[in-house]
Design a binder for this molecule. Structure first.
Ligand code: AP5
Length: 251
């Protein structure tokens, strides 16, 4: 994690926790990252947050943090984790309850990068209403594009740090020491939903429920298509250039 990023405590643990450090940026970026599972949204959010100082708000990370907690899970969260394990989308009501109770994060002084939310038209409409009520607006919705064959290869080789959540790939972005995180020396693991049968379910759920968001945000004039081919650094640069070309303020 970069020294300019906060520790996401309020997002990962809920509103009773506070972040150790919150940057204060004039005109912060408020972005949504769209794209199929495995296209590289989390990898880009990690790079972009270092350039933009915005907080990385991933709904998948909240569910994975809940699955590792020692505390008793609510019945709704237990059901949500079953959906996630299979690769299915968690029901909108559960996701929305979880996001709404963290709505303070939308006011983060560094701005935010939403990753994995919204994922259905219903979630996008709820977010739009909430942001209007809170007097906030999105800077842009970045849609990462990549052929399905490359997406499956990215998902199958992904490894994640159990401590700091840094993301690697066994061949494309390998860690220096096998199975160990470069940043914190934590153990790397393969996500349960990166097994072939779950990958298939996730890609179907994306086509059915999330791809319609491309039209939704295009019609609102917020969509920014970006190719997700090439190295992570190249894609990050492409994203920053696309934001600049849209006259969204650079940091
Ligand atoms: P979530 O955690 O959001 O997963 P996802 O959208 O499926 O996205 P991923 O995290 O799998 O991929 P990514 O695009 O971030 O790619 P990454 O950067 O890791 O959600 C998980 C589950 O939670 C869902 O299936 C659902 O059950 C539930 N859920 C969450 N939010 C929900 C919501 N709003 N509504 C309902 N349910 C919800 O990269 C992938 C791999 O590729 C890595 O190994 C990486 O190192 C590698 N890579 C990245 N970029 C490159 C590159 N340029 N070149 C080569 N390799 C690369």
């Amino acid at each position: 994690m970069s020294s300019t990023a906060n520790d996401r405590a309020a997002w990962l643990q809920g509103p009773s926790a506070s972040c150790a450090r919150v940057p204060e940026i004039e005109n912060p970026f408020r972005l949504v990252l769209l794209g199929a599972p495995g296209v590289g949204k989390g990898t880009q959010a990690d790079l972009l947050k270092q350039k933009l100082h915005a907080c990385h708000l991933s709904t998948g990370d909240v569910f994975r943090a809940a699955s590792k907690t020692q505390c008793e899970l609510s019945p709704a969260m237990k059901v949500a984790l079953d959906y996630m394990k299979r690769g299915d989308l968690v029901p909108d009501t559960t996701v929305w309850e979880m996001v709404r109770e963290r709505s303070g994060c939308l006011h983060c002084g560094g701005g935010f990068i939403l990753d994995g939310f919204p994922r259905t038209v219903g979630q996008a409409e709820s977010l739009r209403r909430l942001m209007l009520e809170e007097g906030l607006s999105l800077s842009a919705v970045v849609n990462y594009e990549l052929p399905v064959s490359e997406i499956v290869a990215r998902l199958s080789g992904r490894r994640t740090c159990e401590k700091c959540k840094a993301v690697y790939h066994v061949t494309e972005l390998p860690p220096k020491a096998e199975g160990k995180c470069d940043r914190c020396n934590g153990n790397l693991f393969q996500r349960e939903d990166d097994r072939p049968e779950s990958i298939k379910v996730r890609l179907e759920a994306y086509e059915r429920s999330t791809a319609p968001l491309i039209d939704f945000y295009h019609n609102l004039g917020a969509l920014l298509p970006v190719s997700a081919a090439g190295s992570p650094e190249l894609i990050c640069q492409r994203t920053l250039s696309a934001l600049a070309a849209r006259h969204v303020k650079q940091p």
